[in-house]
Ligand binder design. Structure first.
Ligand SMILES: CSCCC(=O)C(=O)COP(=O)(O)O
Ligand code: MG
Length: 228
């Protein structure tokens, strides 16, 4: 078995609870999005992502209010839109900086990440959340600033998480053969795509989920059980 030299991890459901994202972050963005768009309408970055969202929806011409309503629908649907994720990240920044919340990480995760770093493994994040949102997430985690542990971050600007090509691009970007990379996720379709690209895979099934008798990927209840 080729040695593992790098680990790429998902966030929601893997390092951190689904509940924190769905019950804290998403409602925060939903509540503040209309006022945020109005208040920051002159920011070029905001204008860019509003335009990208409208384009993704196939709108030829749309008012600001129509795009706001579109984005609120997408939050409710948990749509993994790159534009929505970029805008959510901009809103979440205010919440992190105001101390309204800190990002959840499962209790064993920080020490296990540190142990893997001490063993010489390079650590990366691949999440549907935008790269700035990922950096905020680990920068303002319940366990403090975990960003020094990570060598890089990838989001859906690299490609969708259920497509093999995205994992091929990440392997090329980090300069490692896929066989030497372990991808950790809670979503089996993401693991299938990483495996098709030649990665080793680890399926996080956090309690109360049960480990299947014959899982499609090596399955673990937590990071301490993962043996790269
Ligand atoms: C980066 S924090 C917010 C996470 C998020 O918006 C999301 O959709 C989570 O997706 P993941 O790919 O980490 O399961
Ligand atoms: Mg996930």
């Amino acid at each position: 078995m080729p040695e593992i030299r790098a680990i790429v991890t998902d966030i929601e459901g893997t390092t951190s609870s689904i509940s924190f994202v769905k019950d804290v972050l998403f409602p925060y963005a939903r509540k503040r999005l209309p006022a945020f768009v109005e208040t920051h309408a002159d920011r070029p970055e905001l204008q860019h992502w509003l335009h990208e969202a409208a384009k993704e929806a196939g709108y030829i011409e749309a008012s600001r209010q129509e795009v706001i309503e579109l984005l609120l629908r997408w939050i409710a649907e948990d749509r993994k839109s790159t534009a929505l994720k970029a805008l959510q990240g901009m809103i979440w920044q205010e919440g992190y900086e105001a101390g309204d919340y800190r990002a959840h990480v499962y209790p064993e995760v920080p020490a296990r990440l540190r142990a893997w770093r001490a063993e010489g493994l390079r650590l990366y994040v691949y999440s549907s959340g935008s790269v700035p949102a990922q950096q905020l997430f680990f920068g303002y985690s319940e366990a403090g600033d975990l960003t020094p542990l990570f060598a890089g971050y990838f989001d859906t600007e690299t490609g969708p998480k259920r497509e093999q090509a995205s994992y091929e691009k990440i392997a090329a970007a980090i300069g490692e053969q896929p066989a030497h990379i372990l991808f950790l996720s809670d979503i089996v379709e993401e693991l299938d795509a990483a495996q098709a690209a030649g990665y080793r895979t680890g399926w996080l099934l956090r309690p109360p989920q049960a480990l299947p008798a014959q899982p499609r990927h090596p399955a673990y209840t937590d990071f301490d059980a993962v043996t790269p």
